[in-house]
Design a protein around this ligand. Structure first.
Ligand SMILES: [Zn+2]
Length: 189
């Protein structure tokens, strides 16, 4: 009678322990990646009503610092007129932008029509951190009247919510708008 496992049974025990460890590890990693899918704070999606002063979401914090500074200054002054500016979309990761484009192709029925509303990850000023989509209507109305003072300009006729920084606008006013993004040279890339 032996008190120690034979080398063979010790080896089998080791194999079992390693396999159990691998299964446990896989279930841990898969549950953490599905949790990340459920709460993608980092890909640019923003909760409804996100403030321009938000510091918790990449959709705000990854914006170009000059654009964010101008937007916050404008929002502070708009608040003095009882107008609340919220950000519906700001910086977006390339994969989030691609998902939006895929959804737009489904919604509009063709890639050509979708291009009037959603740019590719390569061309989107949102992916570059250079654009914000703001709301509600009172905010876009306020920015249409006052945005140029901060260098904040509407770029597209079909998107009254989409603003970008054009620093020269503080002196010269905003440049002429494109009818829609397909007329923007940046989307031809
Ligand atoms: Zn936009």
């Amino acid at each position: 009678m032996t008190f120690f496992p034979s080398p063979r049974s010790a080896f089998l025990l080791l194999v079992v322990v390693v396999l159990l460890g691998a299964v446990g590890y896989r279930s841990l990693t898969s549950s953490s990646s599905s949790a990340a899918d459920a709460a993608p704070v980092g890909d640019g999606r923003l909760p409804e009503g996100t403030s321009v002063y938000d510091e918790d979401h990449a959709g705000i914090t990854e914006l170009d610092p000059d654009l964010l500074r101008a937007l916050r200054q404008a929002a502070t002054d708009a608040a003095g007129d009882d107008v609340d500016i919220v950000v519906n979309s700001g910086w977006r990761s390339p994969s989030y932008q691609k998902r939006l484009l895929d959804e737009a192709v489904t919604k509009y029925g063709s890639r050509a029509e979708a291009a009037r509303w959603v740019a590719t990850p390569q061309a989107s000023p949102h992916v570059a951190g250079d654009a914000v989509d703001v709301g509600p209507t009172a905010a876009t109305t306020w920015l249409a009247a006052n945005g140029a003072r901060y260098g904040l300009c509407r770029i597209y006729d079909n998107e009254p919510w989409h603003y970008e920084l054009r620093p020269e606008a503080t002196d010269q006013g905003c440049p002429p708008r494109y009818p829609d993004p397909t007329h923007d040279p940046r989307t031809q890339r």
